[in-house]
Design a protein around this ligand. Sequence first.
Ligand code: GTP
Length: 241
Amino acid sequence: MRLPNMSSNFLLAPIPENADFFSIRDIKLAVFGASGVGKTAMIVRFLTKRFIGDYETNTGNLYSRLMCLEGEQTYLQIQDTPGHVKMEIDSAPVPEILRCLQWAEGILLVYSITDSKSYEYVRHLYQHIRKVYSDSKIPVILVANKGDLLHVRQVSSDSGIQLANELGCFFVEISTSENCQGVCDVFQYLCKEINKVQTSSSGERRRVSIIPRPRSPNMQDLKRRFKQALTPKVKASSTVA
Ligand SMILES: Nc1nc2c(ncn2[C@@H]2O[C@H](COP(=O)(O)OP(=O)(O)OP(=O)(O)O)[C@@H](O)[C@H]2O)c(=O)[nH]1
């Protein structure tokens, strides 16, 4: 059975009571790659630490979460991009991919070591990134996923290193199914790189204001208020008697 994708709201962490809502760091990153390379699995592994076998084909979900990164409260947004989009080197990227490219501050380019076409796909994608960011620098990490499936490997580690050298970006080979730490390291490293770029361009980290949602009263709260409202009356009536 294929599980549905988890919605971004489901993954939104509860806002801590004492959070400083006006000085929260803001990071936006996007995960690109061909269909089936494990983009959704990676994001969910990072956010929940769990590996869930199967997902609906992703059409572009946005995951958001408050988390502590490098000792600071951070509002992290991760865009999962659709992998079924055709990617040609000479044609312009389709609007949904272009929007994600322009929105992101850091990019994970994912291919599967079991699928040489997915390797070519990221090469094309990178050409589009260079066009969008022709005069600015955006941190990119090339990720070779499904490192546990060595018996059906189609792309060697050397090919991954070679592509990363060509593209001038970081490279890592991981297995989302077998190594949670490897996945977390990738996301955390990218966040650090984004942070460096933000700090060097503006002198300080970008921040957002998050206004906490008003809480809906729960039963305990209602009972307490009801008791409070009753208490003086009871006292008053007992005094009269
Ligand atoms: N063996 C193995 N399977 C993996 C790994 N990562 C993901 N998968 C499996 O690969 C399949 C595709 O994973 P998804 O996360 O749905 O891939 P996707 O890139 O989001 O695909 P689209 O939604 O079509 O764009 C699922 O069956 C996952 O369980 C891995 O590291 N090892």
